[in-house]
Design a protein around this ligand. Structure first.
Ligand SMILES: CC(=O)SCCNC(=O)CCNC(=O)[C@H](O)C(C)(C)COP(=O)(O)OP(=O)(O)OC[C@H]1O[C@@H](n2cnc3c(N)ncnc32)[C@H](O)[C@@H]1OP(=O)(O)O
Ligand SMILES: O=C([O-])CC(=O)C(=O)O
Ligand SMILES: [Mg+2]
Length: 300
């Protein structure tokens, strides 16, 4: 089960309420990398069946033009999650987001249900992937076991609203209250070789605060961010896409390391900066990210 989509580009993962046909009929126009159709907290309790029905038909009929179709199902402590998975798999979704994940076993329960439904609805085994949202102190403490829980899991995401509630604090806009969780989660994700995503920023009036938040999580090593509104997309894509200056430098590093290696030279400078083999993977990653983002013009 080696699904190449596990590593796809996911700078922006945009939530939209599956209850609203006006939102789910054509959200690909905004060009988020992933669309997260929500059956959980954005949907009122007495609208769960309506939202699931509408989601199924959207998955069946709308061409999302290459955007990943992720569905956030209801929690495993609700009566809805099993039917949610059936609608997702039968409808043709790409991935399932598990909310409020606390243990590796939560992921394995969802994976077993997906496997059953893939068989029933004739989909290839392993096609539907999983992302686990960590929304509590226990979930964050168990980040590594969750990252290593199942082959289908491509990543974990911090869900700051519920997480700060569990910590008995609140979202401040400064990021102080999220520091520990962010650090622990990115370390766990990298140790396990899966992707890691930051939480939503809900103050749509504070675009400067949003930009600072994105800059910080980019520097911490996150792969992308959950977002709630199309206006947030260009800022995240700008920060998460390598600049032409970064790309040209990375190309020089890769080419120089390759050619100096043949000459038996291990350490040298590029544009006045010391370079050795330790810089190779980082430079390669910049080029791969540039290619995936569609901004690479070179020949590597
Ligand atoms: C803590 C959590 O659990 S977060 C996850 C659950 N939350 C969600 O799913 C909320 C997702 N976001 C939204 O529903 C909306 O952005 C809101 C309610 C926050 C704000 O809505 P608005 O005030 O209408 O936003 P805004 O004026 O910027 O909308 C501009 C356009 O973008 C569309 N739009 C807004 N948000 C989204 C979205 N998430 N996905 C797709 N389209 C969207 C609007 O429909 C509007 O389209 P129109 O110009 O054709 O009418
Ligand atoms: O996943 C997210 O970022 C949104 C969410 O559910 C939370 O903040 O609790
Ligand atoms: Mg939540």
């Amino acid at each position: 089960m080696n699904n190449p989509n596990k590593k796809r580009l996911r700078r922006t993962m945009m939530f939209l309420n599956a209850q609203k046909p006006g939102l789910i009929k054509d959200p690909y126009i905004y060009k988020a990398d992933s669309l997260m159709l929500d059956l959980e907290d954005a949907v009122a309790e007495n609208q769960k069946d309506v939202a699931r029905f509408s989601l199924y038909h959207a998955l069946k009929t709308v061409d999302y033009r290459g955007a990943e179709r992720v569905v956030r199902i209801n929690g495993l402590d609700t009566p809805y999650w099993r039917e949610d998975i059936r609608a997702c798999v039968a409808g043709g979704c790409d991935s399932i987001r598990i909310p409020k994940t606390e243990h590796a076993e939560d992921v394995r329960r969802v994976a077993a249900a997906i496997a059953e439904d893939e068989k029933t609805y004739g989909r290839p085994e392993g096609e539907v992937l999983i992302i686990a949202a960590l929304e509590s102190a226990r979930g964050v403490m168990n980040a590594l076991e969750i990252c290593e829980s199942d082959e289908r899991l491509f990543g974990i995401a911090l869900s700051g609203g519920d997480y700060t509630k569990d910590l008995q604090t609140h979202i401040t806009g400064t990021g102080i209250e999220l520091m520990g969780a962010r650090q622990q989660m990115i370390i766990a994700a990298r140790a396990a070789g899966v992707q890691c995503f930051d939480t939503v920023f809900t103050d749509l009036k504070d675009m400067d605060g949003f930009r600072k938040d994105v800059e910080n999580i980019h520097l911490m090593g996150f792969d992308g961010k959950s977002i709630i509104n199309p206006r947030q997309i260009p800022i995240v894509h700008e920060i998460f896409t390598p600049t032409q200056k970064d790309i040209i430098f990375a190309e020089k590093v890769v080419k120089e390391i390759d050619s100096k290696k043949a000459l038996g030279i291990g350490v040298f400078t590029v544009d006045g900066k010391m370079i050795d083999i330790a810089f190779y993977d980082g430079a390669k990653r910049t080029i791969d990210l540039a290619k995936a983002s569609g901004v690479y013009k070179g020949d590597l």
